[in-house]
Design a protein around this ligand. Structure first.
Ligand code: NAG
Ligand code: NAG
Ligand code: NAG
Ligand code: NAG
Length: 370
């Protein structure tokens, strides 16, 4: 599939003009960096039918949007609910993937969402940007297919060459092309309107964010696949209809987690571009995550870095992995508790057709970091 068919149908030039206008008029010095579009995930957005198109109460009320994002909001008000849902999906996936790690992607408040740790250009920050951008592609692509948005519909992706000849192509697919392009405009707007001097630390961070946003979008785009449905006399499957379908978001999360593990350490080079710290490694591709700062110490609470520390976290006494008490508690030791755990047990299959279980209570040990 071609990735660079670079414009939203019929909207791009107007959009670019608006972004340029936004850049000139905003001045952008009063940037409150902690405030992010991520907050759309935390604060419920009114459904589109709740406000009058053109009146624009929505966009001025939403906090966390940059100037350019606010303009996009005015043009695409009906998209905002899905951006919020996408961000929420991304955050949930982040918390799932990192549930057993010292940094567990916890949210701290409604405005900055992840707190100060995002000021540090770490691997963890890289993952967060990627997975939330991916969430937006996912949500918008699906909303197009479901007919929820006025500017897009079912996917119009070309028939894959390797699709079996007698299978039909053209069921209503997830519009991942549109989702990708819209997310690029929206999510990156915030970075593009910054005007940091080339080669500065801030510029390096902007480049890092852009790379990781793109990696997240590409993950969703590239993992989208062909799905088919059988037709024909009583399930004979003599006829198949196929369409483009988003991958389960868990797969996107797993894919990006692998990218997190292999993320590339970068620094700003003399030409004002990011370059590898260790050039024995391969240069990152657009699918890869990059970071510019070492991770802060996630073991102890630190107001300066925004680390929450691992005190009070549950850990696994017998595991030797990151969820094990030794690593999770950073050698500080742990407290042991007994708690009752309820579970379904003694399940029996009854003819026909249900399963009946008992509820058992077990006294289990739990371990909590000191
Ligand atoms: C944060 O958002 C939640 C959910 O919308 C809301 O209940 C809560 O009051 C908000 N908190 C603040 C401090 O705005
Ligand atoms: C918090 O982190 C900063 C920056 O890494 C460090 O200089 C400082 O010593 C830390 N403070 C505590 C209380 O650990
Ligand atoms: C994540 O870490 C924070 C801070 O240590 C903790 O309060 C929270 O309960 C953790 N969440 C999960 C799901 O373990
Ligand atoms: C603790 O870790 C061990 C070893 O990895 C695993 O077999 C066990 O299921 C874990 N226990 C819990 C409660 O997760």
């Amino acid at each position: 599939m071609d990735m660079d068919g670079g414009s939203l149908p019929g909207q791009r030039s107007g959009l670019q003009t608006l972004l340029v206008v936004a850049l000139i008029t905003c001045g952008c010095q009063l940037w409150v960096d902690a405030n992010s579009w991520w907050s759309l995930a935390m604060n419920p957005i009114q459904r589109p039918e709740m406000y009058i198109i053109g009146a624009q109460p929505l966009c001025s009320q939403l906090s966390g949007l940059s100037q350019g994002q606010r303009k996009l909001c005015q043009l695409y008000q009906d998209h905002m609910v899905y951006i919020g849902e996408g961000a929420k999906t991304g955050i949930k996936e982040c918390q799932y993937q990192f549930r057993q790690r010292r940094w567990n992607c916890s949210t701290v408040d409604n405005t900055s969402v992840f707190g100060r740790v995002m000021h540090i250009g770490s691997r963890e920050t890289a993952f967060t940007y990627a997975v939330s951008a991916a969430g937006v592609v996912n949500a918008i692509s699906r909303a197009c297919r479901e007919g929820e948005l006025s500017t897009c519909g079912c996917s119009r992706a070309a028939r894959p060459r390797d699709l079996q000849r007698d299978w039909l192509w053209g069921g209503c697919g997830d519009n991942v092309n549109y989702g990708y392009r819209f997310a690029r405009e929206f999510v990156d707007a915030r970075e593009r309107e910054k005007n940091h001097p080339r080669g500065s630390e801030e510029h390096a961070r902007t480049l890092m964010n852009l790379q990781n946003n793109e990696a997240g979008r590409q993950a969703v785009y590239n993992l989208a696949n062909v799905a088919c449905k059988c037709h024909g006399v009583s399930g004979s499957c003599s006829l198949k209809t196929c369409w483009l379908q988003l991958a389960d978001f868990r797969r996107v999360g797993e894919f990006l987690k692998e990218k997190y593990d292999s993320a590339a350490a970068m620094r700003i080079g003399r030409k004002g571009k990011l370059e590898l710290v260790n050039n024995r490694f391969n240069a990152p591709t657009p699918e890869d995550l990059v970071y510019i700062d070492p991770s802060p110490d996630y073991c102890v609470r630190n107001e300066t870095t925004g680390s929450l520390g691992t005190q009070g976290r549950l850990c696994n006494k017998t595991s030797e992995g990151m969820d094990g008490c030794e690593l999770m508690c950073c050698g500080r030791g742990y407290d042991q508790f007994k708690t009752y755990q309820h579970e379904r047990c003694h399940c029996k299959f009854h003819w026909c057709c249900y399963v009946k279980c008992k509820r058992c209570t077990a006294l289990v040990d739990q371990f909590v970091c000191k």
